[in-house]
Design a protein around this ligand. Structure first.
Ligand code: AGP
Length: 609
Protein backbone atom coordinates (compact mmCIF):
# COMPACT_ATOMS: atom_id res chain seq x y z
CA UNK A 1 0.00 0.00 0.00
CA UNK A 2 2.13 2.72 -1.36
CA UNK A 3 2.19 5.33 -4.09
CA UNK A 4 4.46 5.25 -7.11
CA UNK A 5 5.31 8.01 -9.56
CA UNK A 6 7.56 8.22 -12.60
CA UNK A 7 8.50 11.10 -14.88
CA UNK A 8 10.30 11.36 -18.21
CA UNK A 9 10.42 14.47 -20.36
CA UNK A 10 12.04 17.64 -21.59
CA UNK A 11 11.69 19.22 -18.15
CA UNK A 12 13.45 18.25 -14.96
CA UNK A 13 11.98 15.35 -13.00
CA UNK A 14 12.46 16.30 -9.35
CA UNK A 15 9.69 18.84 -8.97
CA UNK A 16 7.09 16.69 -10.74
CA UNK A 17 8.08 13.64 -8.70
CA UNK A 18 7.86 15.66 -5.50
CA UNK A 19 4.43 17.10 -6.39
CA UNK A 20 3.19 13.63 -7.25
CA UNK A 21 4.38 12.12 -3.98
CA UNK A 22 2.94 15.01 -2.00
CA UNK A 23 -0.48 14.43 -3.50
CA UNK A 24 -0.27 10.69 -2.78
CA UNK A 25 0.82 10.91 0.84
CA UNK A 26 -2.56 9.45 1.79
CA UNK A 27 -1.34 6.17 0.26
CA UNK A 28 1.49 5.82 2.75
CA UNK A 29 3.76 7.98 4.77
CA UNK A 30 6.30 5.96 6.72
CA UNK A 31 9.14 6.40 4.24
CA UNK A 32 9.72 8.07 0.91
CA UNK A 33 12.33 8.12 -1.80
CA UNK A 34 13.33 9.12 -5.31
CA UNK A 35 15.72 7.91 -7.99
CA UNK A 36 16.83 10.30 -10.72
CA UNK A 37 19.22 9.80 -13.58
CA UNK A 38 21.34 12.89 -13.00
CA UNK A 39 23.44 12.45 -16.14
CA UNK A 40 26.07 10.67 -14.05
CA UNK A 41 23.92 7.60 -13.62
CA UNK A 42 20.98 6.78 -11.34
CA UNK A 43 21.16 8.33 -7.91
CA UNK A 44 18.81 7.19 -5.14
CA UNK A 45 17.77 9.27 -2.12
CA UNK A 46 15.41 7.81 0.45
CA UNK A 47 14.62 7.90 4.14
CA UNK A 48 12.10 7.30 6.91
CA UNK A 49 9.24 9.77 7.11
CA UNK A 50 6.89 11.43 4.68
CA UNK A 51 7.44 13.76 1.76
CA UNK A 52 8.42 16.72 3.99
CA UNK A 53 11.32 14.69 5.36
CA UNK A 54 12.30 13.63 1.86
CA UNK A 55 12.40 17.29 0.76
CA UNK A 56 15.28 17.91 3.14
CA UNK A 57 17.55 15.35 1.43
CA UNK A 58 16.81 16.21 -2.20
CA UNK A 59 17.29 19.98 -2.01
CA UNK A 60 20.60 20.29 -3.88
CA UNK A 61 20.36 21.21 -7.55
CA UNK A 62 22.82 18.44 -8.57
CA UNK A 63 20.14 15.93 -7.76
CA UNK A 64 17.92 16.37 -10.84
CA UNK A 65 17.55 15.09 -14.38
CA UNK A 66 15.00 14.30 -17.07
CA UNK A 67 13.94 10.88 -15.88
CA UNK A 68 13.11 9.62 -12.43
CA UNK A 69 10.86 7.58 -10.18
CA UNK A 70 9.50 8.19 -6.69
CA UNK A 71 7.76 6.28 -3.93
CA UNK A 72 5.80 6.83 -0.77
CA UNK A 73 5.62 3.76 1.45
CA UNK A 74 3.29 2.20 3.97
CA UNK A 75 5.21 -0.77 5.30
CA UNK A 76 4.01 -4.34 4.76
CA UNK A 77 7.20 -6.41 4.42
CA UNK A 78 9.89 -5.01 6.68
CA UNK A 79 9.76 -2.16 9.16
CA UNK A 80 9.87 1.47 8.03
CA UNK A 81 13.61 2.04 7.56
CA UNK A 82 15.92 3.61 5.01
CA UNK A 83 17.06 0.29 3.47
CA UNK A 84 13.44 -0.84 3.21
CA UNK A 85 12.34 2.42 1.59
CA UNK A 86 12.04 2.54 -2.21
CA UNK A 87 13.48 2.94 -4.82
CA UNK A 88 15.38 -0.35 -4.75
CA UNK A 89 18.32 -1.02 -7.02
CA UNK A 90 19.83 -4.09 -8.60
CA UNK A 91 23.18 -5.16 -7.18
CA UNK A 92 25.10 -3.66 -10.11
CA UNK A 93 23.08 -0.41 -9.74
CA UNK A 94 21.92 -0.67 -13.36
CA UNK A 95 18.22 -0.89 -12.45
CA UNK A 96 16.02 1.11 -10.06
CA UNK A 97 12.41 0.30 -9.29
CA UNK A 98 9.47 1.48 -7.23
CA UNK A 99 6.66 -0.91 -6.35
CA UNK A 100 3.17 -0.78 -4.90
CA UNK A 101 1.67 -4.13 -3.90
CA UNK A 102 2.99 -7.47 -2.72
CA UNK A 103 5.13 -10.08 -4.44
CA UNK A 104 3.69 -13.28 -2.99
CA UNK A 105 6.51 -15.59 -4.12
CA UNK A 106 9.33 -13.23 -3.17
CA UNK A 107 10.96 -15.71 -0.77
CA UNK A 108 11.27 -18.30 -3.52
CA UNK A 109 12.71 -15.70 -5.94
CA UNK A 110 15.02 -14.32 -3.28
CA UNK A 111 16.43 -17.75 -2.47
CA UNK A 112 16.99 -18.43 -6.16
CA UNK A 113 18.76 -15.08 -6.66
CA UNK A 114 21.00 -15.68 -3.65
CA UNK A 115 21.85 -19.25 -4.64
CA UNK A 116 22.23 -18.89 -8.38
CA UNK A 117 23.46 -15.31 -8.71
CA UNK A 118 25.10 -14.50 -5.37
CA UNK A 119 22.85 -11.52 -4.87
CA UNK A 120 23.23 -9.75 -1.54
CA UNK A 121 19.96 -8.24 -0.44
CA UNK A 122 20.02 -4.91 1.34
CA UNK A 123 16.41 -4.79 2.54
CA UNK A 124 13.77 -7.00 4.14
CA UNK A 125 11.22 -6.11 1.47
CA UNK A 126 9.52 -8.25 -1.11
CA UNK A 127 10.02 -5.37 -3.57
CA UNK A 128 13.81 -5.64 -3.76
CA UNK A 129 13.50 -8.96 -5.61
CA UNK A 130 11.94 -7.06 -8.53
CA UNK A 131 15.01 -4.85 -8.95
CA UNK A 132 17.35 -7.82 -8.57
CA UNK A 133 15.40 -10.01 -11.01
CA UNK A 134 15.31 -7.30 -13.67
CA UNK A 135 19.01 -6.69 -13.02
CA UNK A 136 19.76 -10.36 -13.72
CA UNK A 137 17.73 -10.39 -16.94
CA UNK A 138 18.93 -7.03 -18.25
CA UNK A 139 21.01 -7.22 -21.44
CA UNK A 140 20.56 -3.71 -22.80
CA UNK A 141 16.78 -3.86 -23.43
CA UNK A 142 14.78 -2.76 -20.40
CA UNK A 143 11.37 -3.72 -21.79
CA UNK A 144 12.55 -7.28 -22.46
CA UNK A 145 14.13 -7.60 -19.02
CA UNK A 146 10.98 -6.34 -17.27
CA UNK A 147 8.81 -8.75 -19.25
CA UNK A 148 11.04 -11.65 -18.29
CA UNK A 149 11.00 -10.66 -14.62
CA UNK A 150 7.23 -10.25 -14.56
CA UNK A 151 6.87 -13.84 -15.80
CA UNK A 152 8.49 -14.97 -12.53
CA UNK A 153 6.44 -12.77 -10.21
CA UNK A 154 3.19 -13.69 -8.47
CA UNK A 155 1.09 -11.23 -6.52
CA UNK A 156 -0.24 -7.73 -6.94
CA UNK A 157 1.92 -4.96 -8.22
CA UNK A 158 2.29 -1.69 -10.00
CA UNK A 159 5.94 -1.03 -10.74
CA UNK A 160 7.95 1.67 -12.45
CA UNK A 161 11.44 0.81 -13.64
CA UNK A 162 14.41 2.75 -15.02
CA UNK A 163 17.80 1.61 -16.33
CA UNK A 164 21.09 3.43 -16.05
CA UNK A 165 22.02 2.64 -19.64
CA UNK A 166 18.66 3.68 -21.12
CA UNK A 167 17.91 7.12 -19.72
CA UNK A 168 15.41 7.76 -22.53
CA UNK A 169 12.79 5.35 -21.22
CA UNK A 170 10.68 4.31 -18.26
CA UNK A 171 8.79 1.03 -18.06
CA UNK A 172 5.75 0.40 -15.88
CA UNK A 173 3.61 -2.69 -15.29
CA UNK A 174 0.24 -3.14 -13.68
CA UNK A 175 -1.17 -6.27 -12.07
CA UNK A 176 -3.97 -5.82 -9.53
CA UNK A 177 -2.71 -2.46 -8.33
CA UNK A 178 -3.75 0.92 -9.72
CA UNK A 179 -1.70 2.62 -12.41
CA UNK A 180 -2.33 5.58 -14.69
CA UNK A 181 -0.32 7.44 -17.29
CA UNK A 182 -0.36 11.25 -17.42
CA UNK A 183 0.21 12.71 -20.89
CA UNK A 184 1.90 16.11 -20.99
CA UNK A 185 3.68 18.01 -23.74
CA UNK A 186 7.01 16.21 -24.08
CA UNK A 187 6.57 15.30 -20.42
CA UNK A 188 4.99 11.98 -19.49
CA UNK A 189 4.08 10.51 -16.13
CA UNK A 190 3.24 7.21 -14.56
CA UNK A 191 1.46 7.17 -11.20
CA UNK A 192 -0.71 5.21 -8.80
CA UNK A 193 -3.44 7.80 -8.86
CA UNK A 194 -4.76 10.70 -10.91
CA UNK A 195 -4.19 13.55 -8.38
CA UNK A 196 -0.46 12.78 -8.60
CA UNK A 197 -0.26 14.23 -12.12
CA UNK A 198 -3.10 16.76 -12.13
CA UNK A 199 -0.84 19.73 -11.55
CA UNK A 200 0.75 18.96 -14.92
CA UNK A 201 -1.90 17.31 -17.09
CA UNK A 202 -5.56 16.32 -17.24
CA UNK A 203 -5.09 13.79 -20.05
CA UNK A 204 -4.82 10.30 -18.69
CA UNK A 205 -4.54 6.73 -19.87
CA UNK A 206 -6.11 4.26 -17.43
CA UNK A 207 -3.85 1.23 -17.49
CA UNK A 208 -5.53 -2.17 -17.44
CA UNK A 209 -4.49 -5.28 -15.57
CA UNK A 210 -1.44 -7.13 -16.95
CA UNK A 211 -0.49 -4.23 -19.19
CA UNK A 212 3.03 -2.88 -19.62
CA UNK A 213 3.77 0.71 -20.52
CA UNK A 214 6.80 2.11 -22.29
CA UNK A 215 7.22 5.85 -21.71
CA UNK A 216 9.58 8.17 -23.51
CA UNK A 217 9.69 11.95 -23.69
CA UNK A 218 7.43 12.03 -26.76
CA UNK A 219 5.95 8.55 -26.85
CA UNK A 220 3.78 6.28 -24.76
CA UNK A 221 3.14 2.68 -25.82
CA UNK A 222 0.87 0.23 -24.00
CA UNK A 223 1.25 -3.54 -24.40
CA UNK A 224 -1.20 -6.22 -23.28
CA UNK A 225 -0.27 -9.40 -21.40
CA UNK A 226 0.80 -11.06 -24.66
CA UNK A 227 3.09 -8.18 -25.57
CA UNK A 228 0.77 -6.88 -28.30
CA UNK A 229 0.56 -3.09 -28.57
CA UNK A 230 -2.93 -1.81 -27.69
CA UNK A 231 -4.55 1.54 -28.24
CA UNK A 232 -6.22 3.45 -25.43
CA UNK A 233 -8.60 6.37 -25.41
CA UNK A 234 -7.56 9.44 -23.48
CA UNK A 235 -9.56 9.97 -20.31
CA UNK A 236 -9.87 13.70 -19.71
CA UNK A 237 -10.16 14.61 -16.05
CA UNK A 238 -12.83 17.24 -15.55
CA UNK A 239 -12.77 17.67 -11.79
CA UNK A 240 -10.83 20.48 -10.31
CA UNK A 241 -7.28 19.81 -9.15
CA UNK A 242 -8.04 21.93 -6.09
CA UNK A 243 -10.52 19.22 -5.07
CA UNK A 244 -7.41 17.27 -4.10
CA UNK A 245 -5.91 20.19 -2.15
CA UNK A 246 -6.75 21.53 1.28
CA UNK A 247 -8.21 24.82 0.03
CA UNK A 248 -7.51 26.81 3.20
CA UNK A 249 -8.64 24.11 5.65
CA UNK A 250 -6.24 22.83 8.28
CA UNK A 251 -6.88 19.21 7.35
CA UNK A 252 -8.35 17.29 4.44
CA UNK A 253 -10.74 15.63 6.85
CA UNK A 254 -12.53 18.83 7.85
CA UNK A 255 -12.55 20.01 4.24
CA UNK A 256 -14.14 16.74 3.19
CA UNK A 257 -16.69 16.88 6.02
CA UNK A 258 -17.65 20.37 4.86
CA UNK A 259 -17.94 19.20 1.24
CA UNK A 260 -20.68 16.71 2.09
CA UNK A 261 -23.71 18.82 1.18
CA UNK A 262 -22.21 19.36 -2.28
CA UNK A 263 -21.04 15.76 -2.70
CA UNK A 264 -24.45 14.40 -1.68
CA UNK A 265 -26.26 16.79 -4.03
CA UNK A 266 -23.93 15.80 -6.90
CA UNK A 267 -24.43 12.09 -6.30
CA UNK A 268 -28.16 12.47 -5.92
CA UNK A 269 -29.41 15.09 -8.30
CA UNK A 270 -28.04 13.79 -11.54
CA UNK A 271 -29.68 10.45 -10.83
CA UNK A 272 -33.20 11.80 -10.37
CA UNK A 273 -34.78 12.67 -13.70
CA UNK A 274 -37.37 15.38 -14.45
CA UNK A 275 -40.22 12.99 -13.69
CA UNK A 276 -38.80 12.35 -10.26
CA UNK A 277 -37.66 8.87 -11.22
CA UNK A 278 -34.37 7.28 -10.30
CA UNK A 279 -32.27 6.78 -13.41
CA UNK A 280 -29.00 5.07 -12.77
CA UNK A 281 -26.22 5.53 -15.28
CA UNK A 282 -23.94 2.51 -15.30
CA UNK A 283 -26.58 0.09 -14.00
CA UNK A 284 -28.32 -2.12 -16.51
CA UNK A 285 -30.44 -4.30 -14.25
CA UNK A 286 -33.69 -4.93 -16.11
CA UNK A 287 -37.01 -5.78 -14.52
CA UNK A 288 -36.37 -9.40 -15.48
CA UNK A 289 -32.88 -9.34 -13.94
CA UNK A 290 -34.25 -7.97 -10.69
CA UNK A 291 -37.08 -10.46 -10.55
CA UNK A 292 -34.51 -13.20 -11.02
CA UNK A 293 -32.54 -12.12 -7.93
CA UNK A 294 -33.38 -14.06 -4.78
CA UNK A 295 -30.53 -12.95 -2.56
CA UNK A 296 -28.24 -9.96 -2.20
CA UNK A 297 -24.82 -9.78 -0.57
CA UNK A 298 -23.39 -6.39 0.27
CA UNK A 299 -19.67 -6.81 0.84
CA UNK A 300 -17.17 -4.16 1.90
CA UNK A 301 -14.64 -3.14 4.56
CA UNK A 302 -14.57 -0.55 7.33
CA UNK A 303 -16.63 2.53 6.66
CA UNK A 304 -17.93 1.14 3.38
CA UNK A 305 -19.21 -1.90 5.30
CA UNK A 306 -21.13 0.47 7.57
CA UNK A 307 -22.77 2.00 4.51
CA UNK A 308 -23.76 -1.57 3.61
CA UNK A 309 -25.52 -2.03 6.97
CA UNK A 310 -27.85 0.82 6.06
CA UNK A 311 -28.13 -0.56 2.53
CA UNK A 312 -29.48 -3.85 3.92
CA UNK A 313 -32.19 -2.05 5.84
CA UNK A 314 -33.23 0.01 2.81
CA UNK A 315 -33.19 -2.82 0.28
CA UNK A 316 -35.09 -5.22 2.52
CA UNK A 317 -37.64 -2.53 3.35
CA UNK A 318 -38.24 -1.30 -0.19
CA UNK A 319 -37.22 -4.15 -2.50
CA UNK A 320 -38.22 -7.10 -0.31
CA UNK A 321 -35.23 -9.26 -1.19
CA UNK A 322 -33.15 -10.75 1.66
CA UNK A 323 -29.79 -9.03 2.08
CA UNK A 324 -26.68 -10.20 3.90
CA UNK A 325 -23.96 -7.69 4.71
CA UNK A 326 -20.51 -9.18 4.98
CA UNK A 327 -17.02 -8.04 5.82
CA UNK A 328 -15.01 -8.68 2.66
CA UNK A 329 -12.10 -10.43 4.38
CA UNK A 330 -14.57 -12.92 5.90
CA UNK A 331 -16.71 -13.43 2.80
CA UNK A 332 -13.66 -14.50 0.79
CA UNK A 333 -12.84 -17.38 3.04
CA UNK A 334 -16.18 -18.77 4.06
CA UNK A 335 -18.44 -20.68 1.75
CA UNK A 336 -21.17 -18.20 0.90
CA UNK A 337 -24.20 -19.49 -0.96
CA UNK A 338 -23.78 -17.70 -4.26
CA UNK A 339 -25.28 -18.56 -7.64
CA UNK A 340 -26.63 -16.85 -10.73
CA UNK A 341 -29.61 -15.59 -8.78
CA UNK A 342 -27.34 -13.65 -6.43
CA UNK A 343 -26.66 -9.94 -6.69
CA UNK A 344 -23.33 -9.02 -5.14
CA UNK A 345 -22.95 -5.35 -4.22
CA UNK A 346 -19.39 -4.23 -3.49
CA UNK A 347 -18.88 -0.85 -1.84
CA UNK A 348 -15.47 0.78 -1.97
CA UNK A 349 -14.23 4.35 -2.01
CA UNK A 350 -10.87 3.53 -3.54
CA UNK A 351 -12.02 0.60 -5.64
CA UNK A 352 -8.65 -0.95 -4.85
CA UNK A 353 -9.26 -2.61 -1.49
CA UNK A 354 -7.86 -6.09 -2.01
CA UNK A 355 -10.26 -7.85 0.38
CA UNK A 356 -13.26 -6.37 -1.42
CA UNK A 357 -11.79 -7.03 -4.85
CA UNK A 358 -11.06 -10.69 -4.08
CA UNK A 359 -14.50 -11.21 -2.51
CA UNK A 360 -16.02 -9.75 -5.66
CA UNK A 361 -13.96 -12.06 -7.86
CA UNK A 362 -14.99 -15.06 -5.79
CA UNK A 363 -18.68 -14.13 -6.12
CA UNK A 364 -18.20 -13.62 -9.85
CA UNK A 365 -16.62 -17.06 -10.24
CA UNK A 366 -19.69 -18.52 -8.57
CA UNK A 367 -22.03 -16.81 -11.01
CA UNK A 368 -23.23 -13.71 -9.15
CA UNK A 369 -24.04 -10.47 -10.91
CA UNK A 370 -21.67 -7.79 -9.64
CA UNK A 371 -22.77 -4.25 -8.93
CA UNK A 372 -20.23 -1.91 -7.39
CA UNK A 373 -20.52 1.42 -5.65
CA UNK A 374 -17.18 3.10 -6.15
CA UNK A 375 -15.67 6.57 -5.92
CA UNK A 376 -12.52 6.22 -8.01
CA UNK A 377 -13.27 6.07 -11.72
CA UNK A 378 -11.61 3.20 -13.54
CA UNK A 379 -10.50 1.49 -10.32
CA UNK A 380 -10.09 -2.29 -10.15
CA UNK A 381 -13.43 -2.92 -8.41
CA UNK A 382 -15.19 -0.82 -11.05
CA UNK A 383 -13.52 -2.69 -13.89
CA UNK A 384 -14.35 -6.11 -12.56
CA UNK A 385 -18.04 -5.28 -12.09
CA UNK A 386 -21.04 -5.81 -14.36
CA UNK A 387 -22.66 -2.59 -13.21
CA UNK A 388 -20.89 0.40 -11.65
CA UNK A 389 -22.47 3.19 -9.71
CA UNK A 390 -20.11 6.07 -8.98
CA UNK A 391 -20.44 8.06 -5.78
CA UNK A 392 -19.13 11.28 -7.29
CA UNK A 393 -17.75 12.49 -4.01
CA UNK A 394 -14.59 13.80 -5.71
CA UNK A 395 -11.16 12.77 -4.44
CA UNK A 396 -11.15 11.80 -0.78
CA UNK A 397 -7.66 12.29 0.62
CA UNK A 398 -8.03 12.01 4.39
CA UNK A 399 -7.61 8.43 5.57
CA UNK A 400 -10.77 8.80 7.64
CA UNK A 401 -13.61 8.46 5.20
CA UNK A 402 -16.40 11.04 5.48
CA UNK A 403 -17.87 12.28 2.21
CA UNK A 404 -17.30 8.90 0.58
CA UNK A 405 -19.44 7.36 3.35
CA UNK A 406 -22.38 9.72 3.02
CA UNK A 407 -22.35 9.44 -0.76
CA UNK A 408 -22.20 5.64 -0.45
CA UNK A 409 -25.33 5.94 1.69
CA UNK A 410 -26.98 8.03 -1.05
CA UNK A 411 -26.19 5.25 -3.53
CA UNK A 412 -27.81 2.72 -1.20
CA UNK A 413 -31.04 4.76 -1.23
CA UNK A 414 -30.94 5.14 -4.99
CA UNK A 415 -30.22 1.47 -5.66
CA UNK A 416 -33.04 0.47 -3.31
CA UNK A 417 -35.50 2.87 -4.95
CA UNK A 418 -34.39 1.87 -8.46
CA UNK A 419 -34.80 -1.83 -7.77
CA UNK A 420 -38.05 -1.33 -5.90
CA UNK A 421 -39.51 0.63 -8.81
CA UNK A 422 -38.58 -2.10 -11.30
CA UNK A 423 -39.89 -4.75 -8.96
CA UNK A 424 -43.04 -2.72 -8.31
CA UNK A 425 -42.56 -3.14 -4.58
CA UNK A 426 -42.85 0.58 -3.81
CA UNK A 427 -45.68 2.95 -4.59
CA UNK A 428 -45.09 6.13 -6.59
CA UNK A 429 -46.09 8.21 -3.57
CA UNK A 430 -43.70 6.47 -1.19
CA UNK A 431 -40.86 6.80 -3.69
CA UNK A 432 -41.61 10.51 -4.19
CA UNK A 433 -41.68 11.02 -0.42
CA UNK A 434 -38.25 9.44 0.11
CA UNK A 435 -36.73 11.27 -2.87
CA UNK A 436 -38.00 14.61 -1.65
CA UNK A 437 -36.62 13.88 1.85
CA UNK A 438 -33.27 12.91 0.31
CA UNK A 439 -33.24 16.12 -1.71
CA UNK A 440 -33.70 18.14 1.47
CA UNK A 441 -30.56 16.65 3.06
CA UNK A 442 -27.87 18.90 1.48
CA UNK A 443 -29.55 22.08 2.77
CA UNK A 444 -30.04 20.52 6.20
CA UNK A 445 -26.38 19.59 6.36
CA UNK A 446 -25.38 23.10 5.23
CA UNK A 447 -27.19 24.53 8.23
CA UNK A 448 -25.71 21.92 10.58
CA UNK A 449 -22.20 22.62 9.31
CA UNK A 450 -22.61 26.37 9.71
CA UNK A 451 -22.79 25.95 13.44
CA UNK A 452 -20.19 23.60 14.82
CA UNK A 453 -19.42 25.47 18.06
CA UNK A 454 -21.48 23.16 20.24
CA UNK A 455 -19.69 20.10 18.91
CA UNK A 456 -16.31 21.77 19.34
CA UNK A 457 -17.26 22.57 22.95
CA UNK A 458 -18.19 18.93 23.58
CA UNK A 459 -14.88 17.83 22.07
CA UNK A 460 -13.08 20.29 24.37
CA UNK A 461 -14.89 18.85 27.36
CA UNK A 462 -14.42 15.15 26.58
CA UNK A 463 -11.26 14.82 24.49
CA UNK A 464 -9.23 13.29 27.31
CA UNK A 465 -11.57 10.33 27.76
CA UNK A 466 -9.95 6.99 27.06
CA UNK A 467 -13.12 5.08 26.32
CA UNK A 468 -16.38 6.05 24.60
CA UNK A 469 -19.50 4.05 23.69
CA UNK A 470 -21.97 4.64 20.86
CA UNK A 471 -25.41 3.06 21.01
CA UNK A 472 -28.53 3.26 18.86
CA UNK A 473 -31.38 1.25 17.42
CA UNK A 474 -32.54 0.47 13.87
CA UNK A 475 -30.88 2.77 11.37
CA UNK A 476 -28.89 4.34 14.21
CA UNK A 477 -26.91 1.10 14.63
CA UNK A 478 -24.94 1.52 11.40
CA UNK A 479 -24.41 5.20 12.20
CA UNK A 480 -23.14 4.23 15.69
CA UNK A 481 -20.60 1.81 14.19
CA UNK A 482 -19.39 4.51 11.85
CA UNK A 483 -19.24 7.14 14.62
CA UNK A 484 -17.18 4.79 16.75
CA UNK A 485 -14.77 3.88 13.94
CA UNK A 486 -14.29 7.55 13.11
CA UNK A 487 -13.39 8.40 16.68
CA UNK A 488 -11.02 5.49 17.25
CA UNK A 489 -9.13 5.71 13.97
CA UNK A 490 -8.08 9.33 14.32
CA UNK A 491 -8.04 9.96 18.09
CA UNK A 492 -6.84 6.50 19.21
CA UNK A 493 -9.56 6.46 21.88
CA UNK A 494 -10.89 3.01 22.66
CA UNK A 495 -14.45 3.29 21.40
CA UNK A 496 -17.14 0.71 20.89
CA UNK A 497 -20.50 0.71 19.15
CA UNK A 498 -23.34 -1.62 20.01
CA UNK A 499 -27.03 -1.94 19.24
CA UNK A 500 -28.71 -0.32 22.24
CA UNK A 501 -30.93 -3.33 22.88
CA UNK A 502 -27.91 -5.63 22.94
CA UNK A 503 -26.13 -3.73 25.71
CA UNK A 504 -27.90 -5.62 28.47
CA UNK A 505 -26.62 -8.92 27.08
CA UNK A 506 -23.07 -8.29 28.20
CA UNK A 507 -21.43 -4.99 27.36
CA UNK A 508 -23.35 -3.09 30.02
CA UNK A 509 -20.91 -4.65 32.50
CA UNK A 510 -18.39 -2.06 31.26
CA UNK A 511 -20.59 0.90 32.19
CA UNK A 512 -19.54 2.64 35.39
CA UNK A 513 -19.52 6.10 36.91
CA UNK A 514 -18.69 8.67 34.23
CA UNK A 515 -18.59 6.28 31.21
CA UNK A 516 -19.29 8.48 28.18
CA UNK A 517 -22.08 7.11 25.99
CA UNK A 518 -23.33 8.72 22.79
CA UNK A 519 -26.90 7.64 22.27
CA UNK A 520 -28.10 8.06 18.71
CA UNK A 521 -31.87 8.47 18.85
CA UNK A 522 -32.90 9.64 15.41
CA UNK A 523 -35.59 7.03 14.78
CA UNK A 524 -39.00 8.27 15.89
CA UNK A 525 -40.53 4.83 15.91
CA UNK A 526 -37.81 3.60 18.28
CA UNK A 527 -37.42 6.80 20.27
CA UNK A 528 -39.18 5.66 23.42
CA UNK A 529 -37.18 2.46 23.52
CA UNK A 530 -33.93 4.37 23.07
CA UNK A 531 -34.88 6.71 25.92
CA UNK A 532 -35.22 3.60 28.09
CA UNK A 533 -31.68 2.63 27.09
CA UNK A 534 -30.50 6.05 28.24
CA UNK A 535 -32.13 5.43 31.61
CA UNK A 536 -30.60 1.99 31.76
CA UNK A 537 -27.03 3.28 31.36
CA UNK A 538 -27.56 6.39 33.46
CA UNK A 539 -28.71 4.17 36.31
CA UNK A 540 -25.19 2.67 36.15
CA UNK A 541 -23.50 6.07 36.30
CA UNK A 542 -22.98 6.78 32.58
CA UNK A 543 -22.74 10.28 31.20
CA UNK A 544 -24.97 10.44 28.11
CA UNK A 545 -24.81 12.64 25.03
CA UNK A 546 -28.05 12.23 23.11
CA UNK A 547 -28.08 12.81 19.35
CA UNK A 548 -31.54 13.36 18.00
CA UNK A 549 -33.85 15.37 15.73
CA UNK A 550 -34.33 19.00 16.70
CA UNK A 551 -38.00 18.18 17.25
CA UNK A 552 -37.35 15.65 20.03
CA UNK A 553 -36.80 18.11 22.89
CA UNK A 554 -37.99 15.60 25.46
CA UNK A 555 -34.55 13.97 25.34
CA UNK A 556 -33.23 16.84 27.48
CA UNK A 557 -35.01 15.26 30.44
CA UNK A 558 -32.89 12.13 30.14
CA UNK A 559 -29.51 12.94 28.57
CA UNK A 560 -26.73 15.03 30.13
CA UNK A 561 -25.95 16.75 26.84
CA UNK A 562 -27.80 16.86 23.54
CA UNK A 563 -26.72 17.32 19.95
CA UNK A 564 -29.74 18.34 17.88
CA UNK A 565 -29.69 17.70 14.16
CA UNK A 566 -32.17 18.91 11.52
CA UNK A 567 -35.19 16.61 11.43
CA UNK A 568 -36.02 14.49 8.41
CA UNK A 569 -38.02 11.30 7.92
CA UNK A 570 -36.54 8.36 9.87
CA UNK A 571 -35.27 6.61 6.72
CA UNK A 572 -32.86 9.38 5.71
CA UNK A 573 -31.58 10.24 9.20
CA UNK A 574 -28.35 8.15 8.83
CA UNK A 575 -27.18 10.78 6.33
CA UNK A 576 -27.59 13.50 8.93
CA UNK A 577 -26.77 12.01 12.35
CA UNK A 578 -23.34 10.80 11.30
CA UNK A 579 -22.08 14.29 10.44
CA UNK A 580 -21.84 15.68 14.01
CA UNK A 581 -20.15 12.40 14.94
CA UNK A 582 -17.52 12.98 12.25
CA UNK A 583 -17.05 16.51 13.57
CA UNK A 584 -16.73 15.31 17.16
CA UNK A 585 -14.08 12.78 16.13
CA UNK A 586 -12.24 15.47 14.19
CA UNK A 587 -12.16 18.04 17.00
CA UNK A 588 -11.23 15.42 19.61
CA UNK A 589 -8.31 14.25 17.44
CA UNK A 590 -7.21 17.83 16.91
CA UNK A 591 -7.26 18.46 20.66
CA UNK A 592 -5.24 15.30 21.22
CA UNK A 593 -2.68 16.43 18.65
CA UNK A 594 -2.82 13.32 16.47
CA UNK A 595 -2.03 13.25 12.78
CA UNK A 596 -5.64 13.68 11.68
CA UNK A 597 -5.30 13.01 7.96
CA UNK A 598 -2.73 10.25 8.27
CA UNK A 599 -3.44 8.35 11.47
CA UNK A 600 -0.88 5.88 12.69
CA UNK A 601 -0.92 2.34 11.29
CA UNK A 602 -3.51 3.25 8.65
CA UNK A 603 -3.45 4.04 4.97
CA UNK A 604 -6.10 5.27 2.58
CA UNK A 605 -6.01 2.46 0.14
CA UNK A 606 -5.57 -1.01 1.63
CA UNK A 607 -4.23 -3.15 -1.20
CA UNK A 608 -2.96 -5.94 1.05
CA UNK A 609 -4.81 -8.74 2.81
C1 AGP B 1 -12.54 4.65 6.93
O1 AGP B 1 -12.41 5.82 7.63
C2 AGP B 1 -11.37 3.80 6.83
N1 AGP B 1 -10.22 4.50 6.47
C3 AGP B 1 -11.54 2.43 6.24
O2 AGP B 1 -12.38 1.72 7.09
C4 AGP B 1 -12.07 2.27 4.77
O3 AGP B 1 -13.41 2.65 4.71
C5 AGP B 1 -11.88 0.82 4.34
O4 AGP B 1 -10.52 0.50 4.35
C6 AGP B 1 -12.46 0.54 2.97
O5 AGP B 1 -11.85 1.29 1.97
P1 AGP B 1 -12.48 1.41 0.55
O6 AGP B 1 -13.80 2.11 0.70
O7 AGP B 1 -11.51 2.22 -0.25
O8 AGP B 1 -12.66 0.03 0.02
Amino acid sequence: MCGIIGFIGKDKAKESLYDGLKSMEYRGYDSAGMAINTGHGIEVRKQIGGVEELAAIIEDSDFDGNVGIGHIRWATHGVPSTPNAHPHQSQNKEIAIVHNGIIENYIEIKEWLIKEHNIEFLSETDSEVIAQLIGIFYEGDLLKAVNKAVEQMRGAYAIAVMANSEPDKLIAVRKDAPLIVGLGESNNFIASDIPAVLKHTRDIYLIENNETVLLKENEVKIFDGEGKEVSREIFHVTWDASAAEKGGYEHFMIKEIMEQPHAIAETLNQRINEDGEVSLDGINLSEEDINNINKIYIVACGTAYHAGLTGKYLIEKFVKIPVEVDIASEFRYREPLVDDKTLFIAISQSGETLDTLEALREAKRQGARILSVVNVVGSSVARDSDDVFYTWAGPEISVASTKAYTTQLVCMYLIALYMATKKKSISKEERARIISELQSVPAKLESLLENVDHIKALADKYYERESVFFIGRGLDVGASYEASLKLKEISYINSMAIAAGELKHGSIALVEDGTLIFTLASQDKLFEKTLSNIEEVKARGAEVIGVTKDTNLVIEKKADQVIYVPAATDEVMPLITVVPMQLFAYYVAKNRGTNVDQPKNLAKSVTVE
